[in-house]
Design a protein around this ligand. Structure first.
Ligand SMILES: Cc1ncc(COP(=O)(O)O)c(C=O)c1O
Length: 429
């Protein structure tokens, strides 16, 4: 089939900021094929949603079987075996007493739900979020998003009572963007939260702190453990709920089921989305029964939330985790990937930082003479990669990051193939 994106573009909102004009017809594992029959190695995977690549057979089969039985009868009204079983199995994966689930359809919707639940439980108005964070594009999620002013432009006034603290990023700390050691960063970042309490919002007015335990869109930044532990203590001390947005960092991507496990910190509410149903729309928030009990019937809801086909896919994803040896493969391949990138970094000083956990790995491009963010370098590399049939994904406030969003079962051969294109692209910069 021959088809050009340009012939249809006039029907689509310009808000769909596409970085390619590919018309993709099919996908299998780590590859997609466009309508011209060209095959691309896909390191984007629908922005980290295809836990096991495109059209993983067991996920597809599970969805087909469910479709043959029942498409939807609304989980608001009735129950389905798939969704009930998935709620149980999801709750078994989560840390601490987080075993009470509410289902929705997207990451933004889950973040909105988490904020609503925190306000309902604490009966307090304020929220603390972090500069550089991305939580989605619904109005509530936009209100706690600060990875770029473009996401907020013209939408003010957003949800009130939100205060932003700097995200603990040792490579670019605060607005001054100094490079500091992780412990200095942790101490100063906790100090900034205290300053919000002192200057802007009394702790007894704060319902929740919402944070990505590893920052996603903002640049795959891993916060220091001492910061995460200190944040937990501050929240507990003041009766503030700690929300971990695990939409991107969860589901094995960092080498543990949930990124929170790296820090030994249990949040009060967590959000999940993206990979949860292996490429099908689904999200969830998980909290304790006690906190969830504040939500009376109808205080929150979603027509499609808990969809039986999504739940069938989600059950198959959890089965595949075992069959595909996750998280072992993620840790092994993540280490290999960072090792290879670190080797390349020695050759190409434009690669300022290589960082991440597991396969949640990124490269930050800089101007080597003064460490300024180098968005042009990444744009050129992405264009080179596309011309050479490799799809790459950006990140970072300045668009100067390359984030890897491969399937969790990616192989060494697939990584090597992509890295070879990246290496020759870096040589062309
Ligand atoms: C951490 C995080 N939270 C929330 C979202 C929003 O998810 P969605 O686009 O499904 O609404 C994203 C999407 O990139 C994300 O990375």
């Amino acid at each position: 089939m021959s088809m050009k994106f340009q012939d249809y573009e006039k029907y689509l909102s310009p808000a769909l900021s596409k970085t390619t004009d590919l018309v993709v017809e099919s996908g299998k594992g780590c590859y997609v094929t466009d309508v011209n029959g060209d095959v691309y190695l896909d390191f984007v995977q629908g922005i980290a949603v295809n836990a096991f690549g495109h059209s993983y057979p067991k996920i597809v089969d599970a969805m087909k079987a469910q479709l043959d039985k029942l498409t939807d009868a609304s989980f608001n009204l009735v129950n389905y075996p798939t969704t009930l079983k998935f709620a149980e199995r999801l709750a078994e994966t989560t840390p601490g007493d987080l075993n009470c689930v509410f289902f929705s359809n997207s990451g933004g919707e889950a973040c909105d739900a988490a904020l609503k639940l925190a306000r309902a439980y604490t009966e307090r108005p304020c929220i603390i979020a972090f500069r550089g964070s991305f939580h989605g594009r619904t109005l509530g999620a936009t209100s706690v998003t600060a990875s770029s002013s473009k996401y907020r432009k013209h939408y003010e006034p957003l949800v009130g009572g939100v205060h932003f603290a700097p995200y603990p990023s040792p490579y670019r700390w605060g607005y001054a963007e100094r490079q500091v050691d992780p412990e200095t960063c942790a101490a100063e970042a906790l100090g900034e939260i205290q300053k919000i309490f002192d200057y802007l919002a009394a702790p007894e007015d704060v319902a929740a702190v919402i944070i990505e335990p590893v920052m996603g869109e903002g640049g795959y930044i891993v916060p220091p453990t001492s910061f995460m532990k200190g944040l937990r203590e501050l929240c507990t001390k003041h009766g503030i709920l700690l929300i971990f947005d695990e939409v991107q960092s969860g589901y094995g991507r960092t080498g543990k089921m949930w990124a929170s496990e790296h820090f030994g910190v249990v949040p009060d509410i967590m959000t999940s989305g993206k990979a949860i149903a292996g490429g099908f729309p689904m999200s969830a928030i998980i909290s304790t029964r006690e906190i969830m009990s504040k939500w009376l019937p109808g205080m929150h809801g979603s027509t499609f939330g808990g969809h039986p086909v999504a739940a069938a896919a989600a059950l198959a994803v959890l089965d595949a985790m075992k069959e595909e040896g996750i998280p072992e493969n993620v840790n092994k391949m993540g280490e290999y990937l960072r090792g290879r990138l670190t080797e390349l970094q020695r050759k190409f000083p434009v690669m300022g930082d290589v960082r991440g956990l597991g396969l949640m790995t990124a490269v930050e491009f800089i101007h080597p003479e003064d460490r300024r963010p180098n968005g042009e370098a990444f744009s050129k590399l992405r264009k080179y990669a596309l011309d050479n049939k490799l799809l790459l994904l950006g990140c970072g406030v300045y668009g100067n990051g390359l984030r890897f969003a491969t399937p969790l079962n990616v192989t060494k051969e697939e990584l090597d193939k992509g890295l070879a294109i990246i290496e020759s692209g870096l040589g062309e910069l």
